[in-house]
Structure formats: C-alpha cells, structure tokens
Design a binder for this molecule. Structure first.
Ligand SMILES: Cc1cc2nc3c(=O)[nH]c(=O)nc-3n(C[C@H](O)[C@H](O)[C@H](O)COP(=O)(O)OP(=O)(O)OC[C@H]3O[C@@H](n4cnc5c(N)ncnc54)[C@H](O)[C@@H]3O)c2cc1C
Ligand code: FES
Length: 274
C-alpha cells in the first residue's frame, strides 16, 4: 500500500471564488497548482475545514487548475464550509472513490436537490463524448433547483432539460420518479444516472427492474477516513465500502446491497431509516 493509496493527494488550497447557485447552495472554487492527477465524474474529495471537521464532497467543477465543490448547509461542517469567504484556506485529500462509467448513447440523468453536485461534471462529460442527454433537475421548489440557470443556457443540440418540483413551481408537479413515469419513455434511454435522496434513487431502481436499461447511482454514507481504513461507510450485506467501491454503484451491484433504500448508519454506527 502506498502513501497515495492511504492519503490520496493532499494539501491546503485557498478559496478563489464563491458562486451562489440557489438561496442556500453555493459552489466554492479553489485552484490546485501543478495538478498531476485527474478527477472523473462521481469522485469525491475529503475536505477539511480547519477547527471544524473533514467531510466528503463531490467534485462539481474540474477545469484544472480551477476546481469546485458545491455545498448545501445541513449541519456543522457544511454550514462552516458555506460561510467561507474568498482567500480562506481549506485542506483537501483525494480524489477518492469510483466514477460514473460512460457507456451510453442516450442517457437520462436525474439529480435531486444537492445530488446535482456530482452530476454536473457527468453531464458535461456525456456531452463531450457525443451522448444524447436528457437532464431532469428535481427539488422541492423552483428556488431549490441546483444549476438550473447554468443548464438552461446549454445548447439544445443533443440536450433536453426538464425540471420537477414537489410544489409545481417549475416543470412537473410531483416527485422525480413520477415525472419520469408520466413524462418520459424510460425505455428510450440506454442508461439512467442518478444522485439525490436515496428513496428517489431506490424508486428508480424499482422502476428499472426487468427493463433493458442500465442504472448507475451515487450513494452517500457517513464517512470518516474516506479511503477504506475505518470501515464506517460499510453497507449491508456485503460490507462494500462506499468510499472505495462506491460512491457510484451499478444496478447489478445494488442487487447485493440489502440496506439500499432502507437505512443508513449515523456517526455512532446506529441504523437510521430513510
Ligand atoms: C461521497 C459523498 C459525496 C458528497 N458530496 C456532497 C456534495 O457535493 N455537497 C454536499 O453538500 N454534500 C455532499 N455530501 C454530504 C456531506 O458530506 C454531508 O452532508 C456532511 O458530511 C454533513 O456534515 P455536517 O457536519 O454538515 O452535518 P452533520 O451535523 O454531521 O449531519 C447533519 C445531518 O445529516 C446527516 N448526515 C450527515 N452525513 C450524512 C451522509 N453522508 N449520509 C446521510 N446522512 C448524513 C446526519 O445524520 C444528520 O442528521 C457527500 C457525501 C458523500 C458520502
Ligand atoms: S470512510 Fe473509512 S472505510 Fe470508508
């Protein structure tokens, strides 16, 4: 095992810019000088907020030397990250984890809430590789649709943008799973990529069972080390480690993961239902 395998690339970086994506979600940009590694869509960094905590964050922007993470404040670490200003320092380690595999000609990408963070890079990668993309951005309300403005400006060539909101303030009124069932022919696509609330992702998994459509999801579990040492992110019943084997899993892999869509474990290792 090499030092890289244990720690990944690591260092301190200075925040260069903050972009407000919604009223609560912001993208934090920083520069990594002399980058000699690559980040693929779906991979994450362990981000250290000095004096607070270190947490996993998907890479939402990869344009070396400029790198970005997109954060929704839900607790102490994410709120501290959200209050950073330009020129503040953070620590990063990584990249870690599996990435989305691009083996598609016509893809449906569905992002729920902050689940859009890893999908942003994926959408650009799919388009670069000539894949026909339909992107469904889902949230509780229009104000919470992450990257809506950015993707609204994307050329419509081989790209369709749809939205769904629980309150009907943008696009389909209702859940993303219902939007797909009622508005789209899912068998039109060869692959569905998704990230968001686990109940949404398990809903898509159920819809796709028995259909000839590939499925890739990005899962979230509580993490400490982020690189396969502590076992905190192990999932039942296989013991798969989300930080190493995931966060991106295929439909076939999910067949073995009995806790998917049912429960996760908190920082004490106690089971919490979704
Ligand atoms: C691979 C990966 C990539 C991620 N990418 C992003 C991202 O791009 N943007 C972003 O905003 N967040 C992302 N997250 C989630 C983020 O890491 C957590 O929200 C953060 O660690 C919470 O820390 P906190 O101190 O703010 O909240 P805490 O005070 O620790 O938690 C607040 C609440 O959220 C729950 N919670 C915390 N972490 C998780 C988790 N991993 N899964 C389920 N529930 C949890 C807690 O049980 C608690 O109820 C990612 C997580 C993983 C595993
Ligand atoms: S977070 Fe430590 S093994 Fe995954």
């Amino acid at each position: 095992m090499t030092v890289d395998r244990l720690m990944g690339n690591q260092g301190s970086v200075q925040v260069s810019k903050i972009i407000m994506e919604t009223d609560t979600v912001r993208t934090i940009l920083f520069k990594i000088p002399n980058i000699d590694f690559k980040v693929a869509p779906g991979q994450f960094l362990m981000v250290w907020i000095p004096g607070v905590d270190e947490i996993p964050m998907s890479v939402s922007l990869w344009n070396p030397p400029n790198v970005g993470i997109t954060v929704l404040p839900i607790g102490k670490a994410t709120s501290s990250l959200s209050s950073l200003q330009s020129n503040d320092w953070i620590g990063i380690r990584g990249p870690f984890g599996s990435a989305f595999t691009i083996e598609s000609e016509k893809a449906l990408v569905v992002g729920g809430g902050i689940g859009m963070a890893p999908l942003r890079l994926l959408v650009y990668d799919l388009r670069e590789k000539g894949v026909d993309v339909t992107l469904l951005i889902a949230a509780k309300s229009k104000q919470e649709l992450v990257f809506l403005e950015e993707f609204s400006k994307l050329s419509e060539r081989r790209f369709t943008l749809k939205t769904s909101t629980d309150d009907g303030s943008s696009g389909f009124k209702g859940f993303a799973t219902d939007a797909v069932a009622e508005d789209l022919d899912i068998q039109d696509y060869d692959t569905v990529y998704t990230c968001g609330p686990e109940l949404m992702m398990s809903g898509f998994y159920e819809i796709l069972k028995g259909l000839d459509v590939k499925f890739q999801v990005s899962l979230e579990r509580f993490m400490k080390c982020g690189n396969g040492i502590c076992g905190t992110c192990a999932m039942d019943s296989t013991g798969t480690l989300v930080c190493v084997d995931g966060p991106v899993y295929t439909g076939n892999q999910l067949e073995e993961i009995t806790e998917f869509g049912k429960y996760h474990r908190d920082s004490m290792g106690l089971k919490r239902s979704f």
